[in-house]
Write a protein that binds this ligand. Structure first.
Ligand SMILES: Nc1ncnc2c1ncn2[C@@H]1O[C@H](COP(=O)(O)OP(=O)(O)OP(=O)(O)O)[C@@H](O)[C@H]1O
Ligand SMILES: [Mg+2]
Length: 541
């Protein structure tokens, strides 16, 4: 195979995929031919094109490494050449995303006059969102969604708009909520389209789940042909495989480009020419190949790849200068330069699977060291609290305090998934039962907001179990009954409240609160009246 010169894998190029490209071209063409929506209108009063051309969103689905992002990038280039304004967001792969990162990415390319021309309340909502962690006031998805829709429809007055999201399931929950809200107002008659990628099957993903099924064009991305694979390996690795070897690589990889690229790289690393009838002398599972590639990386490059999985937003700061460039050359990361002066460059995974494997390959101490360095490289208070927690060796009350603050900020910012992650980290830094119980209450709140009621019930039960009998425990029982009647059932909620009533015997305020909740849960007006009559008089100012 001899002496290939690897090219950075981020270089845009595509081989094969003729059918998929035709489908996506049709999707884009339909977006151009529709009528301009009336200013501020819902946009779905225009001409509705026939067939799948009525789709407002296209979603590329398929397994890891099959080529969804490659096809998505091709579509973005084609859209730009057709005159679309392309608004891009690439979700990272850290477990949860900073609130509003997706939306902020998307709006970065929107024209300034459009943003400035928004009605003041909408402009205020977007300003809060785009300042990210400096959120002083809670913002809700509806007002941000309305503002987003205003921006999109204003922008569509001057030309078609394509919202482009890579790795849709990783888009932060807050942005997904606002997008869902805006997308529901976007009809086939508007000139706004969306293209996204997602691993796996299916076509119902947040934020697309608010759209009627016929407005979503699912594009399943499958194996590439033997011919396309030959071209792909030639272009990417400068290797021209003999047909028998090519067939082996195609068969083993199942036509998966990432898998085939790694297989060809591994063969090349070992300078091996596979012999007919003999099993390939390299790992033949994708995971095995990825693990082997990660093991072969120099430590500084491995750190960079791991950092793109370890940070919500990695800029390269905190790690060895020069290593980012080496990681780019190795095809592991891609650098997005800032579009505005003074903006931060973003270093992101060229391939999420590889970055996740690089992070997983670090020993516990190395992982802590990485978070320590990333901590030094970021000013964002939420990221700092998270890195500090992941860098610490033992429980640290100061770290737990910073995480508590982070939970409150992320809940106010409409990012309950972040709040859940920070809240779990805070618990790992808590020793005393009393503090654990308080943090479990907070976790339960975050889980409710994140839509995980069974998780919230579990957290609230743990909090109750850690609390000694008395009015505090009664109050926690009331919380449990209130937050999750639909999970534990009305009967169990009523039982819980009966216990709370008994447990709060010495505390009239909590007792009457328990009775009132019991009355509400059991729909008992007499009980409500009786408990109201017995409640202590409200203190007067
Ligand atoms: N048609 C193609 N032409 C050229 N290169 C391709 C093609 N399809 C995939 N590749 C290359 O194969 C590798 C994997 O593809 P890609 O990153 O698009 O996969 P993916 O489906 O997005 O995976 P994931 O689900 O992990 O994000 C990349 O290096 C990509 O550039
Ligand atoms: Mg991808």
């Amino acid at each position: 195979m001899g002496g290939p010169i690897p090219r950075p894998s981020a270089e845009p190029m595509i081989v094969g995929r003729d059918a998929e490209r035709a489908l996506l071209s049709g999707f884009l063409d339909a977006g151009i031919s529709t009528r301009v929506p009336a200013a501020g209108g819902t946009g779905d009063s225009g001409v509705v094109p026939a067939g799948h051309a009525g789709a407002v969103a296209a979603i590329l689905t398929g397994p890891a490494g099959i080529g969804k992002t490659a096809l998505w990038e091709w579509t973005l280039e084609r859209a730009a050449s057709l005159g679309y304004l392309v608004l891009v967001s690439r979700a990272g792969i850290a477990e949860a995303q900073l609130p509003w990162v997706g939306l902020t990415d998307l709006l970065r390319t929107a024209a300034m006059p459009v943003l400035a021309g928004l009605p003041p309340p909408q402009r205020a909502a977007l300003r809060v969102v785009m300042l990210q962690s400096d959120v002083g006031e809670p913002v809700d998805e509806r007002s941000v969604g309305t503002a987003l829709w205003s921006v999109l429809s204003a922008q569509a007055q001057s030309g078609p708009v394509l919202i482009a999201l890579d790795d849709l399931p990783y888009v932060d929950a807050a942005s997904a909520g606002a997008l869902r809200f805006a997308l529901r107002r976007m009809g086939p008659g508007s000139r706004v389209r969306l293209i996204a990628t997602a691993r796996g099957e299916g076509s119902r993903w947040a934020p697309l789940d608010g759209l009627p099924g016929d407005q979503v064009l699912p594009v399943g991305v499958g194996p590439v042909t033997v011919g396309a694979l030959f071209e792909l390996l030639a272009a990417r690795l400068a290797v021209r495989l003999a047909r028998p070897v090519l067939l082996r690589v195609h068969e083993t990889s199942g036509g998966n480009p990432l898998y085939a690229l790694e297989l060809a790289r591994a063969l090349d690393r070992l300078e091996i020419v596979p012999r007919p009838g003999v099993p390939l002398p390299v790992p033949t599972s994708l995971d095995g190949l990825v693990a082997e590639r990660v093991r072969s990386l120099p430590p500084d490059v491995l750190q960079i790849a791991a950092a793109t999985a370890a940070a919500w937003r990695f800029t390269g700061a905190g790690l060895e200068p020069g290593a980012v460039e080496r990681a780019v050359l190795a095809g592991l990361v891609v650098v997005d330069e800032p579009e505005v002066l003074g903006g931060a460059r973003i270093v992101r995974a060229a391939h999420p699977l590889m970055s996740a494997a690089a992070y997983a390959a670090l020993q516990a101490a190395e992982r802590r060291g990485l978070h320590q360095r990333l901590l030094a490289g970021t000013d964002d208070p939420l990221e700092r609290a998270r890195h500090a927690a992941l860098a610490a060796t033992g429980a640290d009350p100061r770290i737990a305090g910073a995480l508590d603050a982070g939970v409150v900020v992320s809940l106010a910012a409409g990012a309950p998934d972040i709040a859940v992650e920070l809240s779990r980290l805070a618990l790992q830094h808590t020793d005393s039962d009393a503090e654990r119980a308080v943090r479990l209450d907070l976790l339960a709140d975050a889980l409710v907001r994140a839509g995980d009621s069974p998780g919230a019930v579990q957290a609230q039960r743990e909090s109750i179990a850690l609390t000694p009998a008395g009015s505090l425990r009664a109050r926690r029982r009331i919380r449990l009954a209130e937050m999750a009647t639909e999970v534990i059932g009305w009967g169990a909620a009523a039982d819980e409240l009966q216990v709370a009533v008994a447990e709060a015997a010495a505390d009239p305020v909590v007792r009457s609160e328990a009775l009132l909740t019991l009355a509400a849960v059991s729909d008992d007006i007499d009980l409500a009246d009786a408990s109201a009559a017995r409640s202590p008089p409200l203190s007067r100012p």
